[in-house]
Design a protein around this ligand. Structure first.
Ligand SMILES: [Zn+2]
Length: 305
């Protein structure tokens, strides 16, 4: 049962209090009812500040403990509004935009919130791509394409995997990689694609070992110049990604922030047909309560993006 607000009015009415927000998180975190994170016991005393006290082992836990909402200084209501705003902006959100809409005093806070939410966009233990998957790499950042196996200043090489669903593009995965060697390319492919799937690549030798690793490997083109002549599905995804980066982030973001932008794009792309912002809101919150907390300190980069 997926229970979420359909409209902004429903959203405002439903999450008008801190308690309503907490109750919603409780349902997302413990859909079958509370169970102690330490011993699994299902009975707890309710303490003040929404603390659950296990009746068996005395462990105390709040619904936000261990999530991105842990240690928050702002009310959950504001967090919920931030999430609603983020999922409402199809073309992505800037920290400045979020700061203005929520009336948050500091740009740095808005920036940290966005990056926490982007971490929540990558579902832990998510399913791998399957079926027929096209894999290729592209450079993000900089103007010119480079040669494989060489460094390219100011650019990040990104591995792109796309499911071929015939009539349309399936799900995607994006991974920044150090270079185009097999050592750099194979682990993210194995992380992204189910064994037994068909993987289409060009003839680049970095992919040569795929058939010995449980995949049906098809080489569809011998051309192996990175950033040019991308395989067709990858090419479409990369065009959308670059346009999105252009519109949202005024072009290529700093390399140190790129992985977060790739996560946001992946989250949006893989849910682009679900349409309803309420459903996106639900999904993002659901993921936000199951991931470990991140702190600003964990986020590389810092005061600007
Ligand atoms: Zn317990």
């Amino acid at each position: 049962m997926e229970d979420y607000p359909r409209t902004v009015l429903e959203f405002e009415q439903r999450f008008a209090t801190e308690q309503a927000c907490r109750d919603y998180l409780v349902k997302l975190r413990w859909p079958d009812g509370y169970s102690c994170p330490r011993c699994g016991y299902r009975q707890a005393w309710m303490m003040k500040r929404d603390l659950y006290w296990c009746q068996q082992c005395n462990y105390q836990v709040s619904v936000t403990a261990g999530t991105i909402f842990q240690d928050r200084r702002k009310p959950l209501q504001l967090w919920f509004r931030a999430i609603w705003y983020v999922v409402s902006q199809k073309n992505g959100v800037s920290a400045l935009g979020l700061q203005r809409v929520l009336g948050i005093g500091s740009y740095r806070t808005a920036w940290a919130w966005l990056h926490k939410l982007r971490c929540a966009m990558v579902r832990p233990g998510r399913e791998r791509l399957s079926g027929i998957v096209e894999v290729d790499e592209t450079y993000i950042g900089g103007q010119k394409s480079g040669k494989r196996g060489r460094g390219a200043a100011g650019k990040t090489l990104v591995l792109v995997a796309v499911e071929d669903k015939g009539e349309h593009l399936g799900r995607i995965r994006l991974h920044p990689v150090a270079d185009a060697s097999a050592d750099s390319l194979i682990p993210p492919v194995e992380d992204s694609v189910e064994k037994g799937s068909v993987i289409r690549t060009d003839g680049w030798r970095g992919y040569a070992s795929l058939s010995s690793r449980g995949y049906k490997h098809t080489v569809v083109r011998q051309e192996a110049e990175v950033g040019k002549n991308l395989l067709p599905l990858v090419n479409r995804v990369v065009a959308l990604l670059k346009r999105w980066l252009q519109g949202t982030h005024q072009g290529a973001p700093r390399a140190s922030h790129l992985d977060y932008y790739l996560d946001e794009f992946t989250f949006r792309f893989n849910r682009r047909t679900s349409g309803s912002r309420g459903k996106l809101f639900y999904r993002l919150l659901q993921q936000a309560v199951v991931i470990p907390p991140t702190t600003v300190h964990d986020i590389r980069g810092g005061s600007s993006s």
